[in-house]
Design a binder for this molecule. Structure first.
Ligand SMILES: [Zn+2]
Length: 306
């Protein structure tokens, strides 16, 4: 007879029945219990978040951004330079218009004569010179004949200078008594009251008249009174803007960026860059952005020319 405790034990579930695969021979290293795959819960367990990216840009992203910025700069810079130069041109035109107005006020108070030439002959300095620029009297620039109309001060002479003029480039030094001309604008020698035959034009060509009074000037709206002179020729406060044999004192074209050839090609009556333009003011007081080929003519500069 089987013992009652043995019979009860035989009815208990056996280990081989409870474990899948039980009863098979276990290989060495095989775990006793098979691995159970993890099952994610949708509700109870916290969700797994993707790993957080480190802060900042990757190298590729930085290179792309830098490339885009460089492209924008290359597109915008020429436009910005043009806009700045256009602003300078307008400021320059305003300067020369004001100086021209001062010349006309001076003429109204001086029997229709405009100021003297302010040239670079240190031995012939006149009270009537329009600008006391020479080194030997530069500390007396406020005694210039037009100062009372413009009210400029020795420490504030921007009105007499083109904002695009780089004075340190290409300025001709003059005699010690005069030094380099440190301003941008010059009077048309043919119109200046103090002009003499010293330049050797009117003496050689008696039909060419140098004006002594504005009333002697024909067609004043066509005759240049002042202009900004190029750094390659400027050396004093006046300019021979047209000459029957020699080249003129060139109109500055620094506001016109389409320069095609060197201004040093000036030779005889050949005019370099004839289509480029600069600022000038005329006898009737109007200011204009005019081309070299319009300004450097007998008709635009000689008072009795028509
Ligand atoms: Zn200018």
């Amino acid at each position: 007879m089987t013992a009652p405790w043995r019979a009860a034990a035989s009815q208990l579930p056996q280990v081989d029945d409870a474990v899948p695969g039980a009863g098979e021979a276990r290989r060495p290293g095989q775990p006793i219990f098979p691995e159970v795959p993890l099952v994610r819960s949708n509700s109870r367990l916290p969700r797994c978040r993707p790993p957080r990216r480190p802060a900042g840009f990757t190298l590729v992203e930085l290179l792309v951004v830098i490339g885009i910025i460089a492209l924008l700069i290359s597109i915008l810079l020429p436009s910005l330079a043009r806009a700045r130069e256009e602003g300078n041109r307008v400021k320059c035109l305003s300067n020369i218009r004001q100086i021209g107005a001062a010349f006309l006020m001076y003429a109204n108070e001086n029997r229709h004569c405009i100021p003297f030439t302010s040239w670079n002959d240190g031995a012939n300095l006149y009270r009537e010179d329009w600008l006391w620029w020479q080194a030997i009297r530069s500390d007396r620039i406020e005694e210039s004949s037009i100062q009372r109309y413009l009210q400029f001060k020795a420490n504030a002479l921007e009105m007499l200078r083109c904002p695009s003029d780089q004075f340190e480039v290409g300025r001709k030094p003059n005699a010690v008594v005069c030094g380099p001309y440190k301003f941008s604008y010059v009077i048309n020698w043919w119109i200046a009251s103090g002009a003499t035959n010293a330049v050797g034009v009117a003496a050689s060509y008696p039909d060419l008249k140098v004006a002594k009074k504005l009333t002697e000037v024909r067609m004043p709206s066509d005759k240049v009174m002042l202009y900004e002179e190029d750094a390659s020729t400027i050396d004093d406060g006046m300019a021979v803007s047209w000459h029957p044999v020699n080249g003129p004192n060139l109109l500055a074209t620094r506001h016109d960026r389409a320069k095609k050839e060197s201004d040093s090609l000036l030779s005889g009556t050949y005019l370099p860059n004839p289509n480029l333009r600069g600022n000038a003011v005329y006898i009737d007081g109007h200011a204009e952005y005019v081309s070299r080929q319009m300004l450097h003519t007998k008709q635009a500069t000689v008072p009795n020319a028509q």
